[in-house]
Design a protein. Structure first.
Length: 201
């Protein structure tokens, strides 16, 4: 059986998924402040939040640049700075998980992908990449489960079909692997098309 490498999604592709969310002042108690003052406070909070978000995005972009250069330790440091500023920024955990995966810290990567999924439960790419990390630790069943969850969220995520096929092949299920690779191939994945020609009859 050939040794196939699962694919994580990261770098510029992941940066495209960065979302900006604003939180506003909760007013659950009566507030005896003039309307102009209240608008001023709310405006200042929004500006502060926007400033923090800009810093988070700047650290993520800096981390992505270091990641692309193969400087994974420094990328992790940048993503960690983003997390310090905004501990509920799913993309920062996702990106840090990718860097940890590159350093073969698969357990650390799994923890970061899991945190990203706690924050954003419908994060298909995080399920895919956590599946890759699980497969690398020998947990093929866990990997298949994560790829399946990714595909439940995004049925056109070709890389999840490709990766799920690898895990199925590793478990001796070549028929199931071929079904997934054919689906990935139909979605335009050239590597899957090659594997279908090589391994599937």
């Amino acid at each position: 059986m050939p040794s196939r490498t699962a694919v994580i999604v990261g770098g510029a592709a992941a940066a495209a998924f960065t979302a900006v969310a604003l939180s506003f002042l909760p007013l659950w108690k009566p507030v005896a402040i003039g309307a102009a003052a209240l608008v001023g406070i709310a405006g200042a909070l929004v500006l502060e939040r926007k400033g923090k978000e800009r810093n988070v995005i700047a650290y993520i972009k800096s981390g992505n640049a270091k990641y692309e250069l193969g400087d994974y330790q420094r990328a992790i440091a940048e993503y960690s700075k983003a997390i310090e500023i905004d501990p509920i920024h799913a993309d920062a955990y996702f990106a840090r998980g990718n860097a940890k995966d590159e350093l073969e810290d698969y357990e650390g990567a799994i923890l970061d992908y899991t945190k990203a999924l706690e924050i954003t439960p419908h994060y298909a790419l995080a399920y895919n990449n956590r599946g890759v990390a699980k497969r690398k630790t020998g947990d093929n069943r866990g990997a298949v489960s994560d790829y399946t969850k990714a595909l439940d969220i995004d049925p056109k995520l070709a890389v999840a079909y490709l990766n799920r096929g690898i895990s199925k092949e590793n478990d001796g299920n070549i028929t199931g692997a071929c079904v997934d690779w054919r689906q990935a191939s139909q979605l335009g994945d050239e590597m899957a098309a090659k594997w279908v020609n090589e391994a599937c009859r």
